[in-house]
Design a protein around this ligand. Sequence first.
Ligand code: HEM
Length: 134
Amino acid sequence: MYQPKSGFFRMYRDEVGLNPNVGTWSWLLHRITGVILVLYLFMHFLALSSSVGGADSFNAWISNLQTPLTHVLEIGLAAVVAFHLLNGLRITVADFFYLTKPHKALFWIAMVIFAVLMVITLVVFLGRAFSPQH
Ligand code: HEM
């Protein structure tokens, strides 16, 4: 029987090495995107907390964030949110409706929706990121 070895990264290396399949990659990506969202939440609170100093303080924060780099990072954030949301819904649907057998098909359906959302996101955000108004 497989005995997980201790060590933070070893567990991930073993999991990916022993089960390099759709379920493992989606599990890993779900965890990575979940952790990124937690980290982002703190930055989001930090930005919103500037409003305690009044409208000018908040507006100063927001205007400092209007750069091509932050708009490109927003595309990454949209990708992280879209993946976590769609894969999370897939897991929830599979769990609640006993659809674990077609879970790979559900994953690819989620990824098609993800691709469509990302094309729309790229069209909208890339236009903003490189617009001369910044
Ligand atoms: C957008 C709507 C969201 C949906 C539908 C969703 C769904 C889920 C589901 C179903 C799980 C459990 C995965 C499993 O059982 O294997 C999960 C895990 C997790 N979610 Fe979300 N989530 C959402 C938003 C968020 C947000 C906003 C954050 C962070 C602020 C977050 C952070 C996490 C973390 C850290 C985990 C644990 C991942 C792991 O242990 O592998 N999620 N999410």
